[in-house]
Design a protein around this ligand. Structure first.
Ligand SMILES: [Zn+2]
Length: 356
């Protein structure tokens, strides 16, 4: 399959205004300038790598805004309201909520997520069931479960004793830095990934960088729970790879466009981030962190792609397409989503059918 379109190529998203992509057996085989004869005409679109959500709790989808107005401890701490809500809810509704969030993510161009799945082995099984039939890629980070049953562990600061001696090639991710003192405790356990790092000190940022630890930030969640704003500029400047997550669905929609816009705009109050750096937190960076062969458009990478309608009423007249994607674009501007070379969302096709 050959498609003619605008394309954001490579790790720095170099804009090819008039270019083509050749896709074969799920992989990008060629990307270059100029329209190719016989290619499908997608000139109305700009093709970008599909988005990756590096931190979710999809299990929470059954109770949106149920912790509104609460601080981090009251909402999601050991005795937090979240756990009371789970106790009262039936399994069927929790699974249905997760499934709806998966559908929402795919429809808005997110084709990968890394989830902290609570509730032991049973909870992991529920998420696997919810994902059945959807071509979404995922990493499930469980707790109170054998590490070999999952892609890794997703822990809170109060269950670090679950980290086994031998981790094999599994990931260990820890929520830390929403409250003081959490960072130093987490760092003692040498995690692969720290989620948040919001209150990390200068010394802790240095330790993260020297330890080669990956960081996932969730700025909308931090703001809602009154935690602060993550030091993304300082982390990147220290050489840390930073990815972006939307955190609990109780608090946020798993909508990375909103998360990118929030991070971009608030960053101007304390160490500005560029649109390219922001887009990398949802593509290039998580591809490295979670070892995925997608995340940017280059020969040999998986064809996991999003086609943005650059002529929608929202996107038209953009003078800087990457800045517009980061600060303006939304799910309604996503025309097509491709996973492994297959179009799994095609809104243009649906519109064409309706107008026939
Ligand atoms: Zn979380």
């Amino acid at each position: 399959m050959i498609v003619n379109a605008s394309i954001l190529k490579g790790k720095e998203f170099e804009l090819i205004e008039e270019g083509f992509l050749r896709i074969d057996h799920g992989l990008i085989k060629e990307v270059d300038e100029g329209y190719e004869r016989g290619g499908v005409d997608y000139r109305r679109h700009v093709i970008m790598p599909a988005l990756m959500n590096s931190h979710t709790h999809l299990g929470d989808s059954f109770a949106k805004e149920a912790v509104s107005g609460l601080g981090v401890r009251e909402a999601v701490g050991p005795e937090g309201r979240k756990w009371q809500l789970y106790e009262r809810e039936c399994e069927g509704l929790i699974i249905a909520g997760m499934r709806e969030s998966v559908e929402y993510m795919l429809g808005s161009g997110t084709t990968f997520f890394a989830d902290f799945r609570e509730n032991e082995k049973k909870g992991v099984k529920m998420l696997r069931k919810a994902c059945e039939g959807y071509p979404i890629k995922k990493r499930i980070l469980g707790r109170d479960v054998d590490i070999n049953y999952v892609d890794g562990l997703g822990l809170n600061i109060y269950n670090l004793n679950q980290i086994p001696e031998d981790r094999g090639n599994k990931l260990v991710a820890i929520h830390a830095g929403e409250e003081k003192e959490e960072m130093s405790l987490a760092l003692e356990h040498k995690p692969d990934i720290i989620i948040h790092a919001t209150l990390a000190t200068k010394e802790e940022i240095k330790e993260i960088a020297e330890g080669g630890i990956e960081v996932v930030v969730c700025p909308r969640s931090n703001a809602t729970l009154g935690v602060g704003f993550p030091p993304v500029r300082k982390l990147i400047d220290a050489g840390v790879r930073v990815s972006l997550g939307t955190d609990n669905v109780m608090i946020n929609s798993p909508n990375l466009f909103r998360e990118m816009e929030f991070l971009y705009k608030i960053s101007h109050l304390s160490g500005s981030l560029s649109p390219i750096e922001i887009l990398q937190t949802c593509t290039v960076n998580p591809a490295e962190t979670f070892n995925l062969n997608s995340g940017f458009i280059e020969e040999g990478r998986d064809a996991d792609l999003v086609f943005i309608d650059k002529d929608s009423v929202n996107m038209r007249h953009s003078r800087d397409i990457i800045a517009s994607i980061v600060s303006r674009c939304g799910p309604a501007d996503v025309s097509k989503v491709m996973v492994g070379g297959e179009l799994i969302v095609d809104r243009d096709e649906r519109q064409n059918r309706q107008s026939r």
